[in-house]
Design a protein around this ligand. Structure first.
Ligand SMILES: [Fe+2]
Ligand SMILES: [Fe+2]
Length: 354
């Protein structure tokens, strides 16, 4: 679905959130009948335990704003503000993307287990998205989430791709938020916006969402065997590479947090890889020099592409096509690097211990 004359975006942020690019958050739709057929009986005990956690709803009152938020964005240096707003827009879009996906699945399936868990997760993601959006609204840059639901393009993903991609995005979301939270706990002088104080309890929600998909995958061992290993490898690399390229477009924000983007990203990769051993039969060799070099090359290609796009013109269009080919080739080379095998544990559930 695309924007029509009657449904114009109301703010620049809404337009930014709607626009598609290789590294911007997307909206997804899936095969709801296949979701209906999921059978969780092989993981029943762990599943019921997890549902009790969702029922407890420890974060009911967590996402309440305080007076500390007033005037903070207004008083930021221009370059930092630009990147921070960009970060808020992209985070809000990706939280809301989860909300829309989970809410649609909850609405369309009959399977009581899936319906229930999707409702819980949509509840959490809607809180997250709205909490970020309030900070954007302070600056009159709120995203029109209702408009976005109608105007954003939806990408169809078979359930198994939803499981791999969403599992990873929930776990990497946890790893990103907890790494920032710990950095600011040690160095409070870098906390340039109060929203970071909320990250700890917030990321426990994301961790729990990841557990849902870990159990769904555990219930059907074929999802982590055979040729599906190749898909897992693909999604690991796609998620890591996207994050690496995107984070390097925000040097001011990372400097303000006292973080080096490269170091920060590798910390997040390490935590995510460690967690993913609960269900993925392999991890990427993130310490190999070839992996580091490949990501750096993707970053350089990403930067050159953004520059060519900003300059415009026929020559730059040709240049961008060339860069796209180089990007695909670099990604393919990274994909073919050796991975590290992992024996799956009997018990899937793991705790947010970082
Ligand atoms: Fe979230
Ligand atoms: Fe989540």
């Amino acid at each position: 679905m695309n924007a029509t004359a009657e449904t114009k975006p109301t703010t620049d942020s809404t337009e930014k959130a709607r626009t598609e690019s290789l590294i911007s958050p997307r909206f997804y739709t899936t095969d709801y009948d296949a979701m209906d057929r999921l059978d969780l009986s092989p993981v029943r005990t762990e599943w019921d335990e997890l549902m009790r956690e969702f029922e407890t709803d420890a974060n009911t009152d967590h996402f309440q704003r305080t007076d500390e938020f007033a005037g903070v964005i207004e008083n930021m240096p221009e370059a930092l503000r630009k990147e921070f707003i960009d970060f808020l827009i992209s985070s809000c879009t990706s939280e809301y993307s989860g909300c829309v996906l989970y809410a649609n699945i909850a609405r369309k399936v009959k399977n009581p287990d899936i319906k229930k868990v999707m409702r819980y997760m949509a509840r959490d993601e809607s809180r997250h998205a709205n909490f970020i959006n309030q900070s954007l609204k302070d600056f009159d840059l709120g995203i029109d989430l209702g408009f976005l639901t109608k105007a954003k393009k939806y990408t169809f993903f078979k359930p198994k791709y939803i499981f791999y991609a969403t599992y990873l995005s929930e776990k990497i979301g946890y790893a990103r938020y907890i790494t920032i939270y710990r950095q600011l706990e040690r160095n409070p002088q870098y906390r340039f916006h109060p929203i970071f104080k909320w990250f700890k309890d917030w990321c426990n929600d994301e961790f729990r969402h990841g557990e849902v998909f870990a159990l769904i995958m555990k219930a059907d061992p074929s999802l982590t065997r055979g040729l599906n290993r190749l898909w897992i490898r693909f999604f690991l690399l796609a998620v890591f590479a996207t994050m690496y390229v995107r984070d390097h477009t925000r040097p001011e924000m990372h400097a303000a947090l006292g973080l080096d983007p490269k170091e920060y990203d590798y910390t997040v990769f390490r935590i995510t890889s460690e967690i993913s051993k609960q269900i993925f039969p392999l991890t990427l060799d993130i310490d190999s020099p070839a992996f580091h070099a490949g990501l750096e090359r993707l970053r350089a290609i990403g930067e050159a592409t953004a520059k060519a796009k900003a300059e415009g013109g026929v020559f730059n269009r040709v240049k961008r096509a060339g860069l796209a080919v180089m990007g695909v080739a670099t990604f393919a080379r990274l994909y073919l690097l050796p991975t590290v095998g992992n024996e799956l544990p009997d018990k899937v559930r793991t705790a947010p211990a970082w």
